[in-house]
Design a protein around this ligand. Structure first.
Ligand code: ZN
Length: 476
């Protein structure tokens, strides 16, 4: 029993219960309510006192690329296209080629550490680095070992242009490898690994690839995802980033996917892009297709216009919130993204009411869960749901005075300080800020070694350890 806390339930009535308790049996919540009522009915074997604390659902990260964290910090503050003078391709192929199972495991553990520490109990992970077939198995093993819950998709592509020829994949191979993952990992660890089929990005996939991965999803009754950006015309900076198939769908990616027959409640559309039309937003609402919004990515890349999420919400589209990978965010902290999301849309619309604390908390919990088709199991604290719960200290300097906790969580909480306890599937994964499922110092040490080795082996950084554009600072 977690008792005497302020419970932000995110249940359908959005109840916030003062002096509340949550009773957990095995991996599920069996009762939620006022402590006096719960204590009358139940007696607990173990009690966690949450006096002056906030109990809320674990955050659900609607989009990520866990492996990218191993290259954190590379490329920020720079125009990618100029940074990659030596590379023929948009992607850092020489680096990505070395992302094998061992590297991906180390990255997966580091990413899990950061997410658990900042209150994420479930993440989506689009794994698109498939130079090594079993690299994704390293990620899957990190899910097992870390205790995190993950929706893992194997991002497949078969149009080159942004990547070298050798990176292309035959749709038949995409089917075989995705089905291999389903057989090997789906549902493992009491459902902590959920495999989905995925086409990496519309602009890098033929119709055959899209339809093949969608067919795998349907055949196995799993979800399906794809990165889409609605864009008209050519890329403003780098012709290498022109959409090689722009003539195929005339920049109207959602309409194109509708005509292909792949939209629906099992579909997660990552980003959607700022140029999405009103008609496309209506299509998303009509088909119940969900969107993963990653506002930091928008800003990171210096885009001056962002996805019109308030309008999507008004039209009834399900929009989850995501960190995106570390190569377009650097941080994996969804608390930061919540604040950023609220502020960015206020700026964008010139209206402080454009995005509220309540809405971004919904987007980071129940809405992300719905976007991943997991809202029957997670995303809120309700009787019968999985016990994916976080406990925040309510009396940290960042949350004091805690006059309106729901607002403070978004606008003033520092997650590293506030998130104290993390429970996933009823198991305490972090208690009083200490991870209980693995040794965090070992994970940090290993990731540091792995990243340095990766960069050295790749020989791709022109002896510039910072991998940045020329800096006026003097490094000795
Ligand atoms: Zn992404």
């Amino acid at each position: 029993m977690i008792k005497n806390g302020l419970i932000i339930t995110l249940d359908p009535e959005r109840r916030v219960i003062n002096n509340g308790s949550v009773l957990i049996e095995k991996d599920r919540v069996i009762a939620v309510g006022k402590t006096v009522d719960i204590e009358k009915k139940f007696k607990a074997d173990k009690t966690v006192d949450a006096t002056k604390k906030i109990i809320m659902p674990g955050l659900v990260n609607a989009h990520n690329h866990n492996n990218e964290v191993i290259l954190r910090g590379l490329g920020v503050d720079a125009i990618r296209e100029k940074r990659r003078k030596k590379s023929k391709y948009y992607w850092d192929v020489d680096l990505l080629r070395n992302l094998d199972k061992r590297v991906c495991y180390s990255a997966g553990m580091l990413c899990a550490l950061e997410m658990i520490k900042s209150g994420i109990t479930c993440t989506q992970n689009s794994h698109y680095i498939n130079f090594h077939n079993n690299a994704i198995d390293g990620i899957a093993q990190s899910i097992i070992d870390s205790g995190l819950k993950t929706v893992l998709g194997r991002g497949c592509w078969d149009i080159s242009g942004l990547a070298p020829e050798e990176y292309r994949e035959d749709p038949r191979k995409a089917r075989i490898e995705t089905e291999r993952l389903i057989t090997k990992w789906h549902g493992k660890e009491n459902g902590r690994i959920i495999i989905r089929a995925e086409t990496s990005r519309l602009i890098q996939a033929t119709d055959e690839m899209i339809l093949t991965t969608k067919d795998v999803a349907r055949k196995h009754n799993l979800g399906w995802g794809i990165h889409v950006v609605s864009r008209l015309g050519e890329h403003p900076v780098d012709p290498r980033r022109n959409d090689p198939s722009i003539n195929r769908y005339h920049g109207r990616s959602i309409e194109y996917l509708l005509n292909l027959g792949v939209l629906g409640p099992d579909t997660l559309l990552i980003h959607c892009g700022p140029l999405i039309t009103n008609r496309e937003i209506a299509i998303l609402a009509e088909t119940n297709s969900a969107v993963a919004h990653c506002p930091v990515m928008n800003a990171w890349a210096g885009r001056h216009i962002i996805t019109p999420v308030p309008l999507m919400l008004e039209k009834g589209v399900t929009v989850g919130l995501g960190t995106d990978g570390a190569s377009t965010n650097d941080s994996q902290d969804l608390f930061q993204v919540m604040k950023f999301c609220a502020l960015l849309h206020k700026v964008n619309l010139g209206d402080p009411r454009a995005m509220t604390a309540e809405k971004v908390i919904e987007m980071s919990t129940i809405d992300s869960a719905k976007a991943l088709q997991l809202d029957r199991e997670i995303g809120s604290i309700e009787k019968g749901k999985k016990a994916d719960i976080i406990i925040l200290k309510g009396d940290t300097h960042g949350l004091t005075p805690n006059l309106i906790p729901v607002k403070n969580i978004v606008y003033s909480a520092a997650s590293g300080e506030a998130v104290e306890t993390v429970i996933i599937n009823g198991r305490i994964v972090m208690e009083k800020n200490k991870i209980s499922t693995f040794n965090e110092n070992d994970v940090i040490k290993k990731a540091e070694e792995t990243a340095h080795k990766l960069v050295q082996e790749s020989g791709h950084l022109d002896n510039n350890p910072l991998y940045l554009q020329p800096s006026p600072w003097k490094y000795l």
